[in-house]
Design a protein. Structure first.
Length: 251
């Protein structure tokens, strides 16, 4: 078992054969490979929800907790040829370890993101597969679902802008900020998920491009669901983004 240092002093790396796992020492449990085996959760009847999309995502019951288990899958053109394998460039450069550490920092800063539980890498020579477990955000649905139902709470648009701005102000470029990765709960609180491709960067044009990408996503979802893109809702979102530049994101 290895321990981190500095701000990640609570992090522990556990190695078992070809498996390497990362979790917080304060978790109170040492991660084991079985945590990342979707089949074992299914056979144990512990899967409470399965969601579709890129990759395999399961919500599982672990004691009194509910976790989200996500297996990393390739996207885009490469996915036609390679399903879930990645080239090995070192443990800390694996997708799972990068996302776990990024989420760890954002969650510790109080941002509305899921708490990372554990990351897992299975290496075979020059390639690896990976998984991540995060805390389950109860009573949440994708923003895209609310749009399709025509049920987006009016006050949520301002909050969404504030949440996106808070992540940007922490120097994190999340290129997948779309209507599918923004969650809204039954109280109207907003969360941002799926930081697989996110990176820490100095301030730059990527912030503006991220906002524009979100607008394109909202237009696309409106088209796919047969609803209308709402310019007033977008103005409210943009107002939340702009006004949150020097303030905490609204919760």
């Amino acid at each position: 078992m290895e321990r981190g240092s500095g701000p990640m002093a609570d992090a522990q790396i556990v190695r078992t054969g070809r498996h390497a796992m990362l979790a917080a020492a304060s978790l109170g449990e040492v991660p084991v490979p079985a945590w990342f085996d979707a089949g074992k959760w299914q056979r144990a009847g512990a899967v409470t929800l399965e969601t579709s999309g890129r990759g395999e995502v399961l919500v599982v019951a672990h004691g009194e907790d509910r976790w989200v288990l996500r297996h990393y899958h390739r996207g885009g053109f490469v996915a036609r040829f390679v399903e879930d394998h990645y080239f090995w460039l070192g443990l800390e450069r694996t997708r799972a370890f990068r996302e776990w550490r990024l989420l760890r920092g954002l969650h510790a800063a109080g941002l509305p993101v899921p708490k990372p539980v554990a990351a897992h890498v299975y290496r075979t020579g020059a390639i690896y597969t990976a998984d991540i477990i995060t805390s389950y955000l109860p009573n949440t649905r994708k923003l895209s679902w609310f749009i399709g139902q025509g049920q987006v709470p009016t006050q949520c648009w301002y909050k969404i802008g504030g949440v996106v701005r808070s992540v940007h102000d922490h120097g994190v470029d999340h290129p997948d900020v779309t209507a599918h990765n923004i969650l809204v709960d039954d109280r109207g609180d907003v969360f941002l998920v799926d930081f697989d491709n996110a990176r820490s960067k100095p301030a730059g044009d990527w912030q503006r491009l991220g906002v524009e990408r979100l607008q394109r996503s909202l237009r696309k979802v409106a088209l796919e669901t047969g609803t209308a893109f709402d310019p007033e809702a977008w103005r409210e979102l943009k107002r939340g983004y702009d006004e949150s530049a020097t303030a905490s994101p609204p919760r």
